[in-house]
Design a protein. Structure first.
Length: 350
């Protein structure tokens, strides 16, 4: 397993991060614990979760994933062996969630403290290594939505100074070691960085958790340069594009129990051009002698602006293949072939 420093924090994270958003919906508590045991045994030290997990979010399952991780930590006693990341949910109006998440929550100082304490309690730990803002509070593009061409009159959102100050206080209290962003834009990222620079002692954003995969390389348009020049690396999520890049949905297949079969809302990566690109990438993988999933994951792993690649699995066979991708190095010819497809079918699923 390869390890990378997370920005300026000094925290070393594995190139593969174990995502958890299926735990409590598609995976039981016992299966979650099994995945955690396997991942740690194979060099993964980074675990990512969120207060709103599992997905799709529902009142009945809200916070279940954190509770599963908390019971594992209590049983195994391996807190010092993992880098643990969680997230505070953004405003519910921005994601069509019900008001069960702190009654239309925001990123005010009070709500950040409340959400963090609740996550710590569920996770049965005294601190988080990384605490992330799950999606922006303000009006902007995220979760595949595009087209912000006009801002609402009298738009209000928590000032960046208040958010950074709250995160700094959590660091001082020892509740978190660092904070990060998620589903963020270039403008938003720079607002956080500039706010930290204005006052000595304020923590910088350590990372950005955004989608990045062969069907959505939009992070390379603006954000990758920020990651490289400002040392705020990407934690790439959806590297297999909701499983589309695993190949299991090729030629119209819809495996029983798969995410797309179970949940109609996951349509972001099912556009005709996406499946056209998948066939091209599958041919490249075959030429390289690896699976399509391994090709897709290895491509993400090799990007210099990526600190860790957040994988998700519903069974151990998937988890085994995903973790093993960290040992695969794509040749320059394979990268050139991937880029040739990207030039013709550029970001079919932004």
């Amino acid at each position: 397993m390869q390890y990378t420093l997370l920005g300026d924090t000094g925290i070393s994270v594995s190139k593969i991060c174990l995502g958890s958003m299926t735990w409590g919906e598609q995976n039981s508590e016992a299966e979650a614990h099994q995945q955690l045991d396997y991942a740690l045994a194979h060099g993964v030290n980074f675990i990512d979760t969120a207060e709103m997990y599992p997905v799709p979010p529902r009142r009945e399952t809200y916070t279940t994933t954190e509770s599963y991780i908390g019971s594992w930590l209590k049983q195994r006693g391996r807190r010092d062996d993992v880098v643990l990341a969680s997230k505070i949910a953004g405003p519910t109006s921005a994601n069509s969630l019900d008001s069960y998440i702190r009654n239309g929550n925001d990123f005010s100082r009070t709500q950040i403290f409340e959400a963090c304490e609740a996550s710590l309690s569920r996770l049965q730990t005294d601190y988080l290594d990384l605490y992330q803002l799950h999606w922006p509070e303000r009006q902007t593009n995220f979760f595949g939505r595009l087209g912000v061409s006009r801002l609402a009159e009298n738009e209000r959102f928590t000032p960046f100074a208040e958010i950074v100050d709250a995160m700094g206080e959590l660091v001082k209290q020892g509740k978190i070691r660092a904070y990060g962003l998620s589903n963020e834009t270039p403008w938003g990222t720079f607002q956080y960085l500039q706010q930290s620079n204005r006052e000595a002692g304020k923590p910088r954003a350590a990372s950005v958790q955004n989608p990045y995969n062969l069907l959505n390389r939009s992070y390379e348009v603006g954000m990758s340069e920020i990651s490289l020049r400002e040392n705020v690396p990407l934690l790439a999520y959806s590297p297999l594009a909701f499983g589309v890049l695993s190949g299991k949905y090729r030629h119209g297949a819809m495996p029983a129990g798969s995410r797309l079969a179970l949940f109609e809302r996951f349509q972001r990566y099912t556009k005709p051009k996406a499946f056209e690109a998948v066939e091209r990438y599958a041919a490249i993988a075959e030429q390289a002698g690896i699976s399509l999933a391994t090709l897709a994951l290895a491509f993400v792993n090799q990007q210099d602006f990526v600190a860790s690649n957040i994988i998700g699995a519903t069974n151990l066979d998937q988890l085994r293949e995903n973790i093993a991708s960290a040992e695969v190095v794509l040749s320059s010819d394979t990268i050139d072939a991937i880029n040739a497809v990207h030039a013709e079918i550029s970001n079919p699923c932004p």
